[in-house]
Design a protein. Structure first.
Length: 132
């Protein structure tokens, strides 16, 4: 099971290790969801790429936790975020294995013979890195 995200005791607000409670608009998870909503259909981003765009390059795992905990009905396209190299995470949807791949294939994403996404073809590159 996924570990809970905890606030670091010594880390000041605004640092990469400090996460506000869910439900607040300026939380790290909220910024992840805002950025992931910008990924267009047919393109992919990696957990590390999202973390780097949020100026927190060592937070790829926290991005993964955010994607795993995406609220239902939120409109966040969680399936467009994959592991480095184009691999799909086996723990994304344990109740429905293969769901992420089916959603990606509906958007026109192609997979290589080894089961990974062709990232050279489908890698998302945002037009301008703004203040996410």
């Amino acid at each position: 099971m996924w570990p809970r995200v905890r606030r670091a005791r010594a880390a000041p607000p605004g640092s990469a290790r400090w996460v506000r409670p869910r439900g607040q608009a300026d939380s790290f998870f909220g910024r992840v969801y805002t950025l992931v909503r910008r990924i267009p259909p047919g393109q992919r981003a990696t957990y590390g790429q999202i973390a780097r765009l949020l100026r927190s390059p060592r937070s790829a795992r926290i991005v993964g936790w955010a994607m795993h905990g995406t609220p239902k009905g939120s409109g966040v396209p969680w399936h467009r975020v994959v592991q480095q190299g184009g691999s799909l995470s086996p723990a994304v949807s344990p109740a429905a294995p293969g769901r992420q791949r089916r959603l990606l294939e509906r958007e026109g994403v192609t997979f290589r013979l080894d089961g990974r996404i062709d990232m050279a073809r489908h890698q998302w590159s945002p037009p301008v890195a703004g203040a996410w």
